[in-house]
Design a protein around this ligand. Structure first.
Ligand SMILES: Cc1cc2nc3c(=O)[nH]c(=O)nc-3n(C[C@H](O)[C@H](O)[C@H](O)COP(=O)(O)OP(=O)(O)OC[C@H]3O[C@@H](n4cnc5c(N)ncnc54)[C@H](O)[C@@H]3O)c2cc1C
Ligand SMILES: Cc1ncc(C[n+]2csc(CCOP(=O)(O)OP(=O)(O)O)c2C)c(N)n1
Ligand SMILES: [Mg+2]
Length: 563
């Protein structure tokens, strides 16, 4: 037993959870927590905005597989976290958020900097807590970490009033088993379902695996490959499933969905069996649900029962951790000859390559050039963190990833401004990895002040800004579907080289394809973070594109064939 206060209990408990890194911003309502932080072996990063702290913790979690931790004060500090919490929620990222709160006797009185953060974040957290008694703090923090990391991961928020932070008690760590009746993180597979799945798999002639984020969250990359190699089933990935299979593996088809490759979407539409592995049939993946994979039986391997039959009605669901389920299935799989099916898909792939802009020889600077050249020049173990928009899609399409956890991107919420702060979190999670942040001119300007966080922490991230002078992805929709009426999308930018220099960093400007190689080399060799601005073609589009409401095979393709 020792006499400590709530703030110290918080630090003691998070150390027990293995935390040594936090991202947080101070204020009146979390001052006791900050005051005691210096007594503990914790590295703290001060962001320039609480949204930055949230994305940093999220990026840290996604790159490390550990729980990320962010901390803010009450009121505006807490509300500034909201976008980051929702971003983590939509992508199943395990982050614990701590907020200071006004003292408990003042709750409900519109006290200075009081907001009901538990009410505000109820729909965007996996769970949240307001702790009104210091004796509940240890149990609450243990539950928060357990809920964040178990089953389908997600963000949990713990709101701690200032009087609870200050309250002193005789304390010792309580490691009694966590009791959460009603919370089932790993649901069992129904008897008989395994046999049914094997029958469907073994008799399919044209199966496709849809590999999602769940494969990476489960660490089931080996099992995914084994399944695919035994059954000769090709693998399409979702945006968040990229990296679950090496890019160069012969069974990897590539990205599916709205900006997926033409042959991948076509294969899904022609398939007679879809095996959805840890993915949730987002509408960016399925296109029009009525015409999605019309002849395919569908089996969903998924940990969260609420995802079953939510978007796509399936023939069979195998509930549970995807790695566990695959380990049960693999010994019973039959080897079936599916050469013809794989050759057919390969023919479609060769045909599509003829429209690929990266094969064009010209000195105009297309984003596809920048990313595909970068992919060859960067360290093979590098991690790419993206912002949102066209830049994100080009980064997904043209950077070849051989390793898992090598693409960190905001998929579900599509949060502009995610890239730069998330890349800082990623660098703390994987300090020895080369980290590239790929951003647009719009999204970069949303969280640009975090450049100074990079400087203060003296860490190295290479930041690519694909500057097309527009909020490009929205302009793309205006070009295709809103009579080229570019309302609200032209965007001016500061001189990014000078911006980098003003933050004590290095800036490089590139406007020709022939300059890419030198610029990338220089960035890699420079000590400290580098901002590379690429002045790319202003009105380029991300192809292919499945228009909203269209079926997956009704893609808009790049009009010209590349000679
Ligand atoms: C501009 C833009 C364009 C986009 N275009 C595309 C596109 O063309 N193609 C595309 O794919 N996406 C696209 N997206 C992303 C899309 O919105 C979704 O975020 C993405 O498709 C979700 O992928 P997911 O289902 O694999 O991952 P998540 O949304 O993270 O879902 C993971 C699923 O796995 C389950 N799971 C978690 N852990 C386990 C486990 N241990 N075992 C089993 N299951 C588990 C979860 O319960 C969940 O159902 C786009 C996003 C943006 C912003
Ligand atoms: C916070 C936020 N606001 C608005 C949007 C809608 N949106 C999606 S992509 C995009 C354009 C992004 O522009 P830019 O950062 O320049 O990237 P580009 O598409 O040009 O590569 C916008 C405005 C969003 N996703 N997030
Ligand atoms: Mg832009």
């Amino acid at each position: 037993m020792k006499k400590i206060n709530g703030a110290q209990i918080m630090w003691e408990c998070i150390l027990k959870e293995g935390v040594d890194q936090i991202f947080g911003y101070p204020g009146g309502a979390n001052l006791p927590i900050f005051h005691h932080m210096t007594e503990y072996p914790i590295h703290h990063v001060l962001p320039r905005h609480e949204q930055g702290a949230a994305h940093m913790a999220d990026g840290y979690a996604r790159a490390s597989g550990k729980v990320g931790v962010a901390l803010a004060t009450s009121g505006p500090g807490a509300t500034n976290l909201v976008t980051g919490i929702a971003t983590a929620m939509l992508d199943s990222s395990p982050v614990v958020f701590f907020t200071g709160q006004v003292s408990s006797p003042l709750l409900g009185y519109d006290a200075f900097q009081e907001v009901d953060v538990v009410g505000i974040t109820m729909p965007i957290t996996k769970h949240n807590y307001l702790v009104t008694d210091v004796r509940d703090l240890t149990r609450t923090i243990r539950e928060a970490f357990y809920i964040a990391r178990s089953g389908r991961p997600g963000p949990v928020l713990v709101d701690i009033p200032k009087d609870v932070q200050n309250a002193v008690i005789d304390w010792e760590y309580d490691d009694a088993p966590i009791q959460l009746p009603g919370y089932k993180s790993d649901p069992p597979i129904k008897a008989g379902d395994m046999e049914m799945a094997l029958e469907l798999i073994n008799k399919a002639k044209k199966p496709v695996i849809l590999a999602g984020h769940g494969v990476l969250l489960s660490g089931a990359m080996q099992e995914l490959l084994q399944f695919s190699e035994i059954t000769l089933t090709p693998i399409a990935t979702t945006l968040l499933g990229i990296g679950s299979v090496p890019a160069s593996h012969p069974m990897n088809l590539g990205l599916m969905g709205m900006h997926g490759e033409a042959w991948v979407n076509q294969a899904i539409q022609e398939a007679d069996l879809l095996l959805a592995f840890g993915m949730r049939f987002d509408d960016r993946v399925t296109g029009n649900l009525k015409s999605f994979a019309p002849s395919a039986k569908k089996i969903h391997l998924e940990i969260d029962p609420s995802e079953i039959n939510k978007n796509v009605k399936v023939d069979l669901a195998l509930l549970g951790d995807i790695g566990d389920t695959l380990r049960q299935l693999i010994p019973q799989l039959e080897r079936v000859d599916r050469e013809e099916w794989n050759e057919h898909i390969n023919d479609m792939r060769i045909e599509s390559g003829k429209r690929d802009i990266k094969n064009i020889k010209s000195d105009k600077l297309h984003a596809a050039h920048v990313i595909s050249d970068l992919s060859k020049l960067a360290d093979p173990n590098s991690i790419v963190v993206t912002d949102v928009g066209q830049n994100q899609m080009w980064a997904a399409q043209y950077f070849m990833r051989e390793k898992p956890y090598s693409l960190i991107t905001s998929g579900g919420l599509g949060t502009m401004g995610f890239g730069l702060p998330a890349s800082i979190g990623v660098k703390f999670a994987r300090p020895n990895a080369e980290v590239w942040c790929i951003s647009g001119d719009g999204g970069f300007q949303m969280t640009m002040p975090e450049l100074q966080t990079l400087k203060q922490e003296n860490i190295k991230v290479n930041i690519i800004i694909l500057n097309n002078g527009y909020l490009g992805m929205v302009r793309q929709w205006q070009e295709l579907f809103y009579t080229r009426n570019y309302s609200g999308t032209p965007l001016s930018s500061p001189d990014f080289v000078k911006i980098a220099e003003a933050h004590g960093l290095t800036g490089i400007l590139v406007s020709k394809r022939s300059e890419i190689e030198n610029a990338v080399r220089q960035a890699r060799e420079t000590e400290g973070s580098v901002v590379l601005e690429f002045k790319i073609e202003e009105e380029d589009l991300v192809y292919p594109m499945v228009p909203t409401g269209a079926a997956l095979h009704e893609m808009i393709r790049r009009p010209e064939m590349i000679p």
